[in-house]
Design a protein around this ligand. Structure first.
Ligand SMILES: [Zn+2]
Length: 68
């Protein structure tokens, strides 16, 4: 959930055109440690187990009563 950012279309467009500014904004909003973790994870060669991720998110939705 730390890797989730909700933006309006205008801000999304702006940050798409200004990725360095986006990185600073994300770092400020989630904190330097979480940002560093997300950055390393995004740039690692570890493959995502999508079936396990699907199960994890399904459990998260059930636990938090999120309707999908
Ligand atoms: Zn906006």
């Amino acid at each position: 959930m730390d890797n989730l950012q909700v933006l309006c279309a205008r801000c999304h467009r702006h940050f798409t055109d200004h990725p360095v500014e986006f990185a600073k904004w994300v770092s400020k909003s989630v904190g330097d440690n979480v940002y560093e973790y997300l950055y390393k994870r995004a740039h690692s060669n570890v493959k995502v187990d999508w079936q396990a991720e699907y199960e994890r998110l399904k459990e998260y939705a059930t636990t938090n009563k999120i309707v999908v």
